[in-house]
Design a protein around this ligand. Structure first.
Ligand code: ATP
Ligand code: MG
Length: 175
C-alpha cells in the first residue's frame, strides 16, 4: 500500500498505524473510482465510503456476480470490440481522470451485459506519479497479451501507449 501512496500528491502524509493505512486505502479507492466514473469510463458506480468500507454498484444479477474477462468465452469479434472499448477507457482514465490503473488484466475486468467494466482501482496512481509510465506500459502489455491469446490482432504496445498518452493523433492500425 505504501508504495502506491508515496508520490501521490493527494496523500501527503502516510499513516503509520495499519488501521489508518487501511482507511486511507479505502479513501484512495473511492476517489479513484469516482474520478474514473465521472469521466465516463465503465466502472462500477461509486456510492459511499466510510472508514474501511467502500460501497459501489453491484455488477451481476440476483446476488450472483458477473464473470471476469478471464472467466468468459466469447466470439472473436466480441473480444475485439471489448479490447478497443478497454483501450478507450484506459485513454479516458489517463487523459481526463489523470490516472493509471496499475493492475489491469483479465482478472480485473468484469463482463456485465456484454460490456467490459474495469474494477479493483485502489492501487491506481496519478499520471504525475514517478511510476505511472511503467505501470501504464504494464497495463497495456497485459491487455495485449490476453487479447492476443484469444486471437485478437492487436496493435503493438508502443503504438497503444502513444495513442493513450495522446502524443500521436489519428486511428490505431491493426498490429
Ligand atoms: N462491483 C462489483 N460487483 C460485483 N462483483 C464485484 C465487484 N467488484 C468486485 N467484484 C468481485 O470481487 C472480486 C475481487 O474484487 P477486486 O478485484 O476489486 O479485489 P482484489 O483486491 O483483487 O481481491 P482478490 O484478491 O480477492 O481478487 C472480483 O474478482 C469480482 O469477482
Ligand atoms: Mg482484483
Amino acid at each position: 500500500m505504501i508504495k502506491y501512496l508515496v508520490g501521490d500528491p493527494r496523500f501527503k502524509t502516510i499513516p503509520k498505524s495499519t488501521r489508518k493505512l487501511v482507511i486511507t486505502w479505502a479513501r484512495k479507492e473511492f476517489k479513484n473510482l469516482s474520478l474514473m466514473y465521472d469521466v465516463g469510463a465503465r466502472v462500477p458506480k461509486p456510492i459511499a465510503q466510510y472508514e474501511n468500507v467502500l460501497v459501489m454498484e453491484f455488477l451481476g444479477e440476483d446476488g450472483v456476480r458477473a464473470p471476469l474477462l478471464k472467466e468468459v468465452t466469447l466470439e472473436s469479434n466480441e473480444y475485439e470490440e471489448i479490447f478497443y472499448e478497454l483501450i478507450e477507457d484506459v485513454r479516458k482514465i489517463y487523459r481526463y481522470a489523470g490516472l493509471v490503473h496499475g493492475d489491469l488484466s483479465e482478472y480485473n475486468v468484469m463482463i456485465y451485459r456484454g460490456k467490459p467494466y474495469i474494477i479493483d482501482v485502489s492501487q491506481a496512481v496519478k499520471t504525475t506519479h514517478p511510476n505511472s509510465y511503467d505501470l501504464l506500459v504494464r497495463d497495456i502489455g497485459n491487455l495485449v497479451r490476453f487479447f492476443r491469446s484469444v486471437g485478437v490482432n492487436t496493435p503493438e504496445v508502443n503504438e497503444l501507449f502513444e495513442y493513450i498518452i495522446g502524443e500521436k493523433l489519428g486511428e490505431l492500425s491493426e498490429g
